[in-house]
Design a protein around this ligand. Sequence first.
Ligand SMILES: [Zn+2]
Length: 337
Amino acid sequence: MSNPELCKGMKFPNGKVFRAALREYVVRKPVDIKFKLNEKTKVSIHCKYECGWRVYASQIAGELTFQIKTMVPTCTCRRTFKHRQVTSTYVARKYLDDFNKNHYWAISGVKHRVMQDVYVDLSINRVYRTKRKAREFILGDERLQYGKLRDYTEMIRVTNVGSKVILQTEITEPNTQPKFKRMYVRYNAQKVGFLEGCRPPVGLDGYHLKGKFGGHILSATVRDGNDNIFPIALGVVEQENNDSWVWFLQTFADDIGRPDELNLVFISDRQKGLIPAMEMLFPTIEHRFCVKYIYNNFKLNFKGLELKATLWKCATVTTVREFEKRMQDMKELDKEA
Ligand SMILES: [Zn+2]
């Protein structure tokens, strides 16, 4: 559908699909068009300048299927950089992913991209309208998705027995709808797989959620027996702080099992609020820091590839004797280190 080639006899599942394919086709050719007939069951389109190019398509009786019955596929008109089918809605939909990734996509960037792809020169006003529409599509979609969370939660419980899903809402103002607060999701296979086939170091991490409503995602991840990354549980919280980490870790322990009984070791960067949360909930559980994080601090004072390599060797050896030997190597390189 991103680059359809139309011909006589071609069928489409319904009128909507036909219209979308037609639009994409005439934008790419390009043929600027006008509709002579635009009804639910039949469409007749001509070249805007009446050079002879035309398409007639209609619904097959008794079906939703649309078929091209007539097509004169050659437009001899001079090419321009305008095209009436390249509307703001069309551009917003076509580049929705890009708009979503880059909320600050510049006017000139959008103009350039459309010119490059379909040789249409959008007016500044049209780009403004496009950006506004893209924002509406993205926000509208996001809002609707939050509205589906309760059904989603219920669906997981029913169809994926053994899973754990917690959806927390809060009422921030009286007489208003409850608002999303936090969510915890762990599928059945994640717990079973973790307990039966994974190693005990559990990586904890937090990350910003991009998008209109913000928040943070918290995750607990391990390595399985093949050294592949294996996610155990996810949380979505209002922000990363002591309170949200306490909630996530407590929920995790209630759900998966006590970390001391499972002999777990936690590993993380210095996530905001995580260290006090760990100390409060699991004071006896070992908590390590990611070497990459340690190295980022280390390199501020101790520079050079050799020290870096030695630090990584210290971190990756598997016996106490080797570790002490590597630490000695490091001391010989730099006493302070
Ligand atoms: Zn023409």
